[in-house]
Design a protein around this ligand. Structure first.
Ligand code: IMP
Length: 545
């Protein structure tokens, strides 16, 4: 295969080369591969502290389809995921719905702690109990609900089948089911639903497998199949309209031999967090994330030692850290994973206010190179704005990336969409160190008694302060649709990127970076402008279809 055409070149010694000769020239006449190696790239004395935008990875050779790229990666010493995506423990990002859906897609959601311990434990329970297809928190009504109210609920939720239980909640005795047909032509709006509901119910008992329940539902000709415990209390619901949607999730994050999704949750490092942790462990927690903006503290070290002693089967992720020395303390205390990032989050003003932090690419590289000597996997947390940033974090040594802002606009994050002043569909997103989060104002999440235990103040060591100093802002992010589409897009993007680099797995990527075969280039400011859309009068940036 000729790769150089000698005729067109001024150098008279140049000739048509075949591939083998070209390789010889590369080997004999160039002392190094094209581009720079990771050490040269990240030398902060020369290049300053790098962010993801300051460099690019050079392409390699594509010898395989992107679909062959695998993304298996450890998140702790003991637990491996099939995709490297983690959602942040923030009250506008991760509650049970996000945790369930991202785990189904091979990632992990870390449930926030800006809520009571009981609320958080209930969310962990929902993740552990989730079986694809069962609705674990159906809308339930009471026998006193009127037909008019049921019609209004149908309007609000867009579906009309509601189980009726004795006291109108889940885990109470099931007395009937109301369907759209029952209320559609019933004009006596003040009548209680008991006047029209159907009492002739086909039910399934707890522990019925999804396959059997689906069978029962399709044979019953009913729209809904309530699942009850042995006392007749409603515990879940299966819906006919979901029958077709019960997809199989081959990448789902599960422990070997377990049918349950892996659950992770964040806690602080105060003494009362030990009681919170006990509740989370009782609910089935697998991974605990110690949530602190500066993890290298006596509080965290004491907490790590306590957890390792009291709950040895629980994996502990410590952080946040941005230096080797911080990492060393937490590794010595016994962490199974580290979370890297200080001041790089999209809703974060830590670097501005505290003068402390580190550009994220520099933080990721320096910490991961140290941590990997002790076999401790690292999460690159914050500052991920696109697929390229994910790949760069992973190339620099992180085994997973944590995202807040990028996932906050999805259907599965807490809170409702609203229309911005500019007429766009948005959702609230706020830093946990914003005044709103620290005072727990207008939480997107359902935190009812967060005041008693505020995750925001604890994360920033501000509990008890008379004056709260913000380290984050509150705002909004654009609608991104469902994570069931968005995460597969991120995954396909990472696969294509690794294909361009010429590596088939995250392991190979990191190996290539370490041995100098994966190369880099610094980006000047004008290179960054060139690498973004430029010169167009208008454009539409649709990311996937
Ligand atoms: P993002 O993905 O760039 O939006 O960053 C999310 C990360 O920002 C989280 O996982 C936290 O580590 C960090 N973070 C969350 N809230 C705050 C804050 O109020 N100030 C600083 N950092 C924050």
């Amino acid at each position: 295969m000729p790769i150089l055409n000698g005729d067109s070149m001024a150098d008279s010694s140049a000739k048509v080369l075949d591939y083998a000769t070209a390789l010889d020239v590369l080997k004999n006449e160039y002392s190094e591969r094209d581009g720079i190696d990771v050490k040269t790239l990240t030398d902060s004395r020369v290049n300053g502290g790098l962010t993801y935008n300051d460099f690019l990875i050079l392409p390699g050779y594509i010898g395989f389809p992107a679909s062959e790229v695998t993304l298996d990666t450890p998140v702790t010493k003991r637990i491996t995921l099939k995709t490297p995506f983690i959602s942040s423990p923030m009250d506008t990002v991760t509650e049970h719905s996000m945790a369930i859906h991202i785990a189904l897609l091979g990632g992990l959601g870390v449930i926030h702690h800006n809520c009571s311990a009981d609320e958080q434990a209930e969310m962990v329970r929902k993740v552990k109990r989730f079986e694809n297809g069962f609705i674990l928190d159906p809308v339930v009504i009471s026998p006193k609900t009127t037909v008019g109210e049921a019609k209004a609920l149908k309007e609000k939720w867009g579906f009309g089948g509601f189980p009726v239980t004795e006291n109108g909640t889940l885990r109470s005795k099931l007395v009937g089911i109301i369907t759209t047909r029952d209320i559609q032509f019933h004009d006596e709006l003040d009548d209680p639903v008991t006047a029209v509901m159907s009492k002739d119910l086909v039910m399934a008992f707890q522990n019925t497998s999804l396959r059997v329940a689906n069978d029962l539902l399709s044979k019953s000709k009913k729209g809904k199949l309530p699942i009850v415990d042995n006392k007749g209390n409603l515990i879940a619901l299966l819906s006919r309209s979901d029958l077709m949607k019960n997809l199989h999730y081959p990448l789902a994050s599960k422990l070997p031999q377990s049918k349950q999704l892996i659950s992770a949750a964040a806690i602080g490092t105060r003494p009362e967090d030990k009681d919170r942790l006990q509740k989370l462990v009782d609910a089935g927690l697998d991974i605990v994330v110690l949530d602190s903006s500066q993890g290298n503290s006596m509080y965290q070290i004491e907490m790590i030692k306590y957890i390792k002693e009291k709950h040895p089967s629980l994996d502990v992720i410590g952080g946040n850290v941005v230096t080797r020395e911080q990492a060393a303390s937490l590794i010595a205390a016994g962490v199974d994973g580290l979370r890297i990032g200080m001041g790089s989050g999209s809703a974060c003003i830590t670097q501005e206010v505290m003068a402390v932090g580190r550009p994220q690419a520099a933080a990721v590289y320096n910490v991961t190179q140290f941590a990997k000597r002790f076999g401790v996997p690292c999460i690159a947390d914050g500052g991920i704005q696109n697929v390229g940033h994910i790949v760069k974090g992973l190339a620099l040594g992180a085994t997973t990336v944590m995202m807040g802002g990028l996932l906050a606009g999805t259907t599965e994050s807490p809170g409702q969409y609203f229309v911005s002043r500019e007429g766009q569909l948005v959702k609230a997103y706020r830093g946990m160190g914003s005044i709103d989060a620290m005072e727990d104002k207008k939480a997107g999440a359902g935190s009812k008694n967060a005041k008693a235990s505020n995750a925001g103040t604890a994360r920033y060591f501000s509990e008890g302060d008379r004056l709260l100093v913000a380290q984050g802002v509150s705002g909004s992010v654009l609608d991104r649709g469902s994570v069931t589409k968005f995460v597969p897009y991120l995954m396909a993007g990472v696969q294509h990127s690794l294909q361009d680099i010429g590596v088939k797995s995250l392991d190979e990527l990191q190996q290539g970076v370490a041995d100098g075969t994966v190369r880099f280039e610094l980006r000047t400011v004008s290179a960054q402008a060139e690498g973004n859309v430029h010169g167009l009068h208008t454009f539409d940036k649709k990311l996937y279809s």
